[in-house]
Design a protein around this ligand. Structure first.
Ligand code: PLP
Length: 455
């Protein structure tokens, strides 16, 4: 077994339950608040947007939530995903480190996003929902929900952040292939979109704005609900199939990670790979160092404040306590569109506050360098978002080389970059530059955080 590359599980090993880390945490994360009353939101507050089964998952304290049979059957299309040992990359780096990556790009949409899209579409279908609205940054989430909607016969409308809509016409075409409607955001179709366009007609958009547009439509129609591709507890919960499979695959490899690395936009792929390992640690198993890697141009975990804030720019959502750059902050238009979010999942923020994880920020050029180095050794072309995790893992491996120690490094290769070739074209043409956010805009966005007395 010594030079095995792929650690594979058969379909019977798809997890039967999602893992809920709140059952094992030393303290619960602060509650989500109603922006009017500043009291914790109840199920009725969320009912216009989500089916009750997902609202229940949002607040459950059970350690395990059973995965419905029809969802597991659909998971079989791409799960269990492979765990690779990156032997060629190790050789190229000349590192004694053992580098492993879990590859989520084998899903139909090309990333981890269908793990929750299929679950969310299933529960919406069960509740009789006819239409779902959503936002997308990179287009990965939009295509995942479009795919899931097509399986369950639900209409999907996707508000795609303008800058990504222009950068990635093929993502839009994929969503349309699955039968979804894709609209560039900010759009004239909603009050929130029109308010932004009035101030700036060529606004590049942001995830915060696209969320406002999707929420606004869902809240105003009885037959329509809203789905979010990250941030919320139930989304992170669905992604834990990744780490659970990885735990079983490390048993096959007769190894265990010393370090786990994931990129963070809203926190879902990171939580997906990390939470099962962290849970095992909290229950007394070996401890692992955990590194969250985020873009330096949108650094919520490393530069944001841990405070109550809106999840969207138009202030239609409840208030969540999270690391935030301020809901009015518009990140520059760098290529990892899926990481251009002002906030961080409340659960990921909470475990950061508990000191259970580290965070690090990188600019985009060094991430593309890492992605190209990875592709030349391992063959897989990572999504620009995933390049952040690749950079983080390579830096850990280079540290092993400097220190002359062999550690096991696991990272989540959360998606492929086949629809992101313009970014690679720009990189090879030397046109890709590091983008810097406007310090004054960040200060203003942080100054505008809602005032909430300690909850
Ligand atoms: C490939 C990929 N990775 C990561 C992300 C960031 O989201 P999250 O932090 O929820 O995994 C996205 C979001 O669109 C994505 O498409």
């Amino acid at each position: 077994m010594s030079d095995t590359i792929k650690y594979l599980l058969d379909e019977t090993r798809i997890p039967t339950a999602w893992y809920n880390i709140t059952a094992d945490l030393p303290s619960a994360p602060p509650p989500v608040l109603h922006p009017g009353t500043l009291k914790p939101v109840g199920p009725d507050d969320l009912a216009p947007l989500f089916p009750m089964s997902l609202i229940a998952q949002e607040v459950t304290t059970e350690r395990e939530v059973e995965i419905p049979g029809p969802v597991r059957d659909i998971y079989k299309l791409w799960r269990p995903t492979p765990l690779y040992r990156a032997r060629s990359l190790e050789k190229a780096l000349g590192t004694p480190a053992r580098i492993y990556y879990k590859y989520e790009g084998v899903s139909p949409a090309g990333s981890h996003k269908p793990n929750t899209a299929v679950a969310q579409a299933f529960y919406n279908k069960e509740a009789g929902v006819k239409r779902i609205t959503t936002e997308t940054g990179a287009g990965q989430w939009g295509s995942a929900l479009a795919f899931a909607g097509s399986l369950f016969g639900i209409d999907v409308q996707v508000f795609m952040v303008r800058v990504s809509y222009d950068q990635k016409p093929y993502r839009r075409a994929l969503m349309e292939t699955y039968g979804a409607r894709c609209v560039p955001s900010p759009s004239p179709e909603t009050r929130s979109g029109r308010a932004v366009l009035e101030k700036r007609a060529d606004h590049p958009g942001s995830l915060g704005i696209a969320i406002s547009e999707a929420v606004e439509i869902a809240a105003s129609r009885d037959d329509t609900k809203y789905a979010l591709g990250s941030v919320l507890n139930h989304v992170l919960l669905h992604q834990t199939v990744i780490g659970q499979e990885a735990l079983a695959q490390f048993e096959l490899a007769n190894d265990y990670p010393d370090v786990v690395v994931g990129c963070t936009g809203g926190g879902s792929n990171f939580a997906g790979i990390v939470f099962p390992f962290l849970g095992a640690q909290l229950r007394g198993r070996r401890s692992v160092r955990i590194v969250a890697v985020e873009p330096a141009a949108c650094p919520s975990l490393t530069r944001g404040q841990y405070a109550y804030d809106f999840g969207d720019t138009g202030h239609l959502t409840p208030l969540a306590k999270m690391h935030t750059l301020g809901s009015t902050f518009t990140p520059p238009g760098f290529h990892a569109g899926g990481l251009r979010y002002h906030g961080m999942a409340p659960l990921v923020s909470h475990i950061k506050e508990l000191g259970l994880i580290e965070a690090r920020a990188y600019h985009q050029v060094t991430c593309f360098e890492a992605g190209v180095q990875f592709a030349r050794a391992e063959g897989i072309l990572p999504a620009p978002e995933a390049n952040h995790a690749v950079r983080g893992a390579i830096d850990e491996a280079l540290r092993c080389k400097e220190e002359g120690v062999s550690r096991a490094i696991l990272f989540n290769l959360c998606g492929h970059g086949h629809f992101d070739m313009q970014a690679y074209i720009d990189y090879f043409a030397g046109k890709l530059t590091d983008q810097h956010y406007d310090e004054a805009e960040l200060a203003m966005a942080l100054a505008g955080l809602p005032s909430v007395k300690a909850a």
